[in-house]
Design a protein around this ligand. Structure first.
Ligand code: PLP
Length: 375
């Protein structure tokens, strides 16, 4: 074995010893999907696929790729029109497209908070938020999950401009941020609230505009990040806010500047997905109804995290134990995945269950009963 491979093997061996070794697996489509982020079924909608293909033919941009950064050859009229449409959907002055939510978070948090500023982030924040802060020159501290008192105390101790980073729907526990209270605290202390709406895009709000818009808080939240690879069933992300925010990111956000612009097919897909949702907005209510069936069947089981969203976590501490539980469910025909440490804190390993519009009532009841049999 070469010296390099020996080095790599040392870390891989540790992962195997800890039962946390990751490997890529193909999706077994014979299983019932309780795992994908396709909350509303848009990723698998043949009608949406057809719409995207038809629209793609009519867009005047005869290239297969965008050919460069937005600041060089990668800008085109359809992407600018799409950004205006997204700004309208999310009730903002401007929107800037990114090829992923990961890149959007890196862009915002690495560039907007500067040296001498403070970023306060919820302890349950997604890895993309944590990675983004490592690129920032600002200091960063966590506050207790969804804890308004802890947040307020930390804002009072913070230096420089203060940025508070939260997710509207938490990606692992599926609970909602108390955005009303947090936006009030931020306004009171002149802190800037940054909301990652990855898991609420499409699922909440008129037109799929997310939780902040549904709560009428869009004007109180200066920076919002929406992603399209989950509820919208396609790919990409955008940051919305003021015209100055957009100009700032175009000038200073390195993950925006030094990457190839999204290609026209991705942008068409995003716009057509919102168009499709407009005439299928009942899917949001179907999803909530399915979540309710699931939760009622589990009847406040102590292993179930209390969130109301389509993300439901069933705690089974220990990497080995949660992997075995997932295997048992998979053998019964359910595609349910284990979430291991270090992705979540040790001791809070869980089955991350996603409820979808296309899960039937009998499938949901069967899964809930299989979970009860595990506990
Ligand atoms: N933010 C949160 C809360 C997420 O859960 C994710 C993805 O899992 C992202 C951002 C990244 O979004 P994307 O998958 O578009 O890169």
């Amino acid at each position: 074995m070469s010296d390099l491979n020996k080095l790599l093997e040392e870390s891989l061996h540790k992962r195997k010893k800890d039962d946390s070794f990751r490997s890529l697996k193909l999706v077994d489509s014979s299983l019932i999907d309780f795992s994908s982020n396709d909350y509303l079924g848009l990723a698998q909608s043949p009608a949406l696929r057809e719409r995207i293909q038809e629209k793609h033919k009519t867009v005047e941009y005869p290239k297969n790729g965008s050919t460069g950064s937005r600041l060089l050859t990668g800008n085109y009229s359809f992407i600018e029109e799409a950004e205006q449409e997204l700004a309208n959907i999310f009730n903002a002055e401007s929107a800037l497209l990114f090829s992923s939510g990961y890149n959007a978070n890196l862009s915002v948090l690495s560039s907007v908070p500067k040296r001498g500023d403070t970023i306060l982030y919820d302890e349950k924040s997604h890895a993309s938020i944590k990675d983004a802060m490592r690129l920032s020159l600002a200091k960063h501290y966590s506050f207790r999950h969804n804890d308004a008192d802890d947040l307020e105390k930390k804002i009072q101790q913070a230096e420089g401009s203060v940025f508070v980073v939260v997710e509207s729907v938490y990606s692992m526990d599926g609970d909602l941020c108390p955005l009303n209270i947090f936006s009030f605290i931020c306004l009171k202390h002149n802190a800037h609230l940054v909301v990652d709406e990855a898991h609420s895009t499409g699922v909440y709000g008129a037109l799929g505009s997310g939780l902040s818009c549904q709560l009428g808080l869009d004007k109180a939240i200066p920076i919002r990040i929406y992603t399209f690879g989950k509820g919208m069933g396609v790919h990409g992300a955008c940051v919305v806010g003021s015209k100055q925010l957009k100009d700032y990111l175009i000038n200073f956000a390195r993950p925006f500047i030094y990457t190839t612009a999204p290609d026209v097919h991705s942008v068409v897909s995003i716009i057509e997905s919102f168009e499709y949702l407009k005439s299928h907005i009942h899917l949001q209510a179907t999803l909530q109804e399915n979540v309710k069936i699931f939760k009622e069947t589990l009847n406040n089981n102590s292993l179930l995290t209390p969130g109301e969203s389509a993300i439901q976590s069933f705690l089974i501490p220990g990497n080995n134990a949660v992997k075995k539980a997932a295997q048992t469910l998979q053998q019964k025909g359910f595609d349910v995945r284990p979430i291991l440490s270090p992705t979540v804190a040790s001791g809070s390993e869980r089955l991350r269950i996603i409820i979808h519009t296309y899960n039937t009532k009998s499938e949901i009841l069967a899964l809930a009963n299989a979970l009860l049999a595990l506990s």
